[in-house]
Design a protein around this ligand. Structure first.
Ligand SMILES: Nc1nc2[nH]cnc2c(=O)[nH]1
Length: 161
């Protein structure tokens, strides 16, 4: 599937949420949950500065959707996100039966930016969503927004030097 121009506003909102996370001292990730009819059902940004490193927006939206949506609504929904789901969030997404994922920057791109910045490897292996959740339809990266996401990660990690 391709990413349509009509989907770019959802992805721009993800980048805005990632910038909000950065301003709050969190890692710059943002995600939006959109129903099958195009309605925004939820949004969140990373909140790991709380001390809980599982507080990724994709994980929060998966658990919210399990509590609030029917299996049919979850399957019809799309999660837009500034960065490809990590393995924890890809697993949660698949376990609750959410539909398509569209990301701005891939995990591979993020890993290469972080390595250039000298950031230590994360405690969980970097894997593409399709290796964790092979049944999920995934689209990305989205080149027109990727540089903005890269800059947010540079600002987050340079600010910590
Ligand atoms: N996609 C994604 N990857 C991450 N890696 C570390 N934190 C996050 C997050 O909140 N979202």
């Amino acid at each position: 599937m391709v990413v349509k121009d009509a989907e770019l506003p959802y992805l721009r909102r993800c980048v805005e949420l990632a910038a909000e996370a950065l301003e709050a001292g969190d890692e710059p990730f943002g995600s939006v949950l959109v129903g099958g009819d195009g309605t925004v059902l939820g949004e969140d940004h990373n909140r790991v500065a709380s001390g809980d490193r599982t507080r990724h927006p994709e994980f929060e939206l998966a658990r919210w959707s399990a509590a609030r949506l029917t299996p049919e609504e979850r399957a019809a929904a799309t999660v837009y996100t500034s960065g490809e789901h990590c393995p924890m969030c890809a697993a949660a997404h698949a376990w609750v039966g959410l539909g398509r994922i569209v990301y701005v920057a891939s995990s591979e791109q993020l890993a290469s930016w972080l390595s250039e910045l000298g950031v230590a490897a994360p405690p969980v292996r970097t894997l593409p969503v399709h290796e964790v959740a092979p049944g999920v339809v995934v689209d990305g990266p989205v080149p027109e927004l990727t540089e903005r996401v890269r800059q947010l990660h540079v600002r987050f990690h340079r600010g910590r030097d």
